[in-house]
Design a protein around this ligand. Structure first.
Ligand code: UDP
Length: 194
């Protein structure tokens, strides 16, 4: 794999288009992937907090979310070709999930944002199967939420719990799933819910 090492984290040399294609292909084959869209805050936290660092090291892809990460990579022999904003990646994935009629679980944000988000999804992406949804104010050890995600066997799981909770939740439970594309999306639910 082709990567640039920043603060001991291997960031993939990838374009948005190539990552999208890989994730869509993997979902069609019922594979499992964990993707981190890394901004400087995430990289700093991984550097300072080894628990968080080992969580994100379980990711299949760590991509550069934001110009800060792309600029930092310019000091390396190989640099990152472009930024891959998490929000943009989520929107493009939603288009594809809708096109293919795949299922998706929406985990995170406040109760009101989460329910507004579901209305927006039903309206804008009518062919997405909503495997389930839950707000993000639960403990990382909560079994009820975990079970509801597990039994729904979603093709995609968007996790909007903010950094570090979202990556820690994914890393901790990833092994329990047979399939699914897992991605931490930060404040993206709030943006899409309007
Ligand atoms: N959030 C959540 N559970 C928590 C903490 C945060 O669901 O325990 C949600 C919050 O409501 C927001 C999202 O996580 O929708 C991202 O928050 P923030 O913008 O602070 O994260 P960032 O985008 O900076 O990672």
């Amino acid at each position: 794999k082709n990567y640039v090492e920043l603060l001991n984290v291997k960031v993939n040399v990838a374009t948005k288009k190539s990552v999208l294609k890989d994730l869509i292909d993997a979902s069609m084959k019922s594979e499992k992937k964990f993707i981190v869209t890394a901004n400087p805050e995430i990289l700093m936290n991984a550097y300072e907090d080894s628990k968080y660092g080992s969580a994100i090291k379980k990711a299949d892809y760590i991509v550069a979310d934001g110009i800060g990460v792309v600029l930092a990579s310019k000091m390396n022999r190989t640099s990152l070709p472009e930024r891959i904003p998490g929000y943009d990646l989520m929107i493009e994935l939603l288009n594809s999930i809708n096109f293919h009629g795949q299922s998706c679980y929406f985990l995170g944000a406040s109760e009101s944002v989460n329910s507004r988000l579901i209305k927006v999804i039903k309206n804008k992406y009518p062919d997405i199967k909503i495997a389930g949804h839950s707000d993000g104010y639960f403990s990382i050890n909560d079994e009820k939420v975990l079970k509801s995600v597990l039994v729904s066997k979603p093709d995609f799981i968007f996790v909007a719990l903010g950094m570090p909770k979202q990556e820690e939740w994914i890393a901790r439970h990833f092994e329990l799933f047979d399939k699914g594309i897992f991605m931490g999306v930060g404040g993206s639910f709030d943006v899409l819910a309007g």
